[in-house]
Design a protein around this ligand. Structure first.
Ligand SMILES: *Cc1c(COP(=O)(O)O)cnc(C)c1O
Length: 381
């Protein structure tokens, strides 16, 4: 039995909703299912307004444009993130400034943000790695003190919690519905707006720089080019698939919890002896069980673990190649050694197979094989 790293989950309602969307003949963005998804997210998380977009990447790009980033502006983000977080900043013409992580969560170390702020700093973009919420309340205070925009890249953390107002703290929040995420429609995303001042510019940006949304609302009788923009709209055919997944949030989360709990239990004896570390969920926070990582005691054991697992057809993966030490990061003047904590964690971290179906199909086999490999590494505990 092969245990892949990821596999798309199908709730069963996708076909019905997709067929409805197909025959509704409203296939472009902001139709029936798109509106249903946006309303669902607004109500569940308390956002002022939600824009469904073609990807998490587009949500970040649209957010960077809304924040009005300009050439020479600086944006602080963790080096431990996906390229899209940085690309949104770079495409807007601004400069990424990379911050260290807190090795307990692999999220941005909030205590190290302030010393990176310069007169050119315009925005902070933290992420919630593996679905574990970052220290957003503390980051909000820093943003307020220095008058900075705060955009949370929550591509991985939809439905995680950290206090009642977690989802309202950032000015802008982005989600991803890529097939590797908990709730997916293949490719998709959302830009969630928490401040009225971003409306209606967000509508213009989404609709190719036009005020077409005002026309659709019946406010004006013809639309025209009023701002810069692009086509940041998710087709209603995909929104239909997404809606079936949003209706199954509880079922999906329950299944993923089983996997998370099983991994925690398997690794507990090794963690207690200080041989490995696993994600720490801060006091008062809950996780959506997006992904699970293990940081080994050294690089050699991380490699042995991943290789031995592959030999028994269980597929783990590394986290990220840190952005600051990648080719683009070097172009921005960074070098190996600039962020030693991030680099050290990168060399020792492996992500375990994690997908919704694993809970009912393969988890026992996966745990058994992993246990075996751990025993080869550390002896039986
Ligand atoms: C997945 C992901 C993205 C990109 O989302 P897409 O929908 O694939 O464009 C951005 N940031 C983070 C942290 C992600 O995990």
């Amino acid at each position: 039995m092969k245990i892949p790293f990821n596999r798309v989950y199908i709730t069963g309602k996708e076909v019905e909703f997709f067929t409805q969307a197909l025959y509704s003949r409203g296939h472009c963005g902001n139709h029936g299912f798109g509106k249903k998804c946006a309303t669902f997210l607004e109500q569940k998380f308390g956002f002022t307004e939600v824009f469904l977009v073609p990807s998490g990447t587009d949500a970040l790009e649209m957010g960077a444009l809304l924040a009005d980033l300009k050439k020479d502006d600086e944006v602080i983000l963790p080096s431990w993130t996906f390229s899209s977080t940085a690309n949104a900043i770079v495409l807007a013409g601004a400069t990424p400034v990379f911050c260290e992580v807190d090795p307990k969560t692999m999220n941005i170390d909030a205590s190290k943000i302030e010393k990176l702020i310069t007169p050119r700093t315009k925005m902070i973009v933290p992420i919630d790695y593996a679905g574990v919420p970052c220290e957003l309340r503390e980051i909000r205070k820093i943003a307020d003190k220095h008058n900075l925009t705060l955009m949370l890249d929550a591509a991985q953390s939809m439905t995680s919690t950290y206090g009642d107002d977690y989802w309202r703290l950032a000015d802008l929040v982005t989600f991803s519905f890529h097939e590797t995420k908990n709730f997916s429609c293949g490719e998709g995303g959302a830009l969630c707006v928490n401040r009225r001042r971003y409306l209606p510019r967000a509508e213009f940006l989404q609709e190719k720089g036009t005020d077409r949304t005002q026309l659709m609302k019946g406010v004006i009788s013809r639309y025209s080019w009023v701002d810069k923009g692009s086509s940041y709209l998710l087709s209603d055919l995909l929104a239909a698939v997404l809606y079936s997944q949003l209706e199954s949030i509880d079922e999906i989360t329950q299944k993923r919890k089983q996997i998370w709990d099983a991994y925690k239990k398997l690794l507990a004896p090794y963690e207690q002896r200080g041989l490995v570390r696993t994600p720490h969920v801060p006091q008062g926070a809950t996780v959506n069980y997006h992904a699970f990582w293990v940081i080994f005691d050294n690089e050699a054991n991380q490699m042995r673990f991943m290789n031995k697992l592959r030999e028994v057809d269980v597929h783990s993966y590394i986290g990220y190649v840190p952005l600051h030490s990648s080719k683009m990061g070097v172009n921005f003047g960074y070098k190996e050694g600039d962020l030693p904590i991030t680099e050290d964690c990168f060399r020792r971290l492996a992500r375990l197979p994690f997908f919704t179906d694993l809970a009912s199909d393969g988890l026992e086999v996966c745990l058994e094989r992993m246990k075996n490999v751990l025993q080869q590494l550390y002896g039986s505990l």
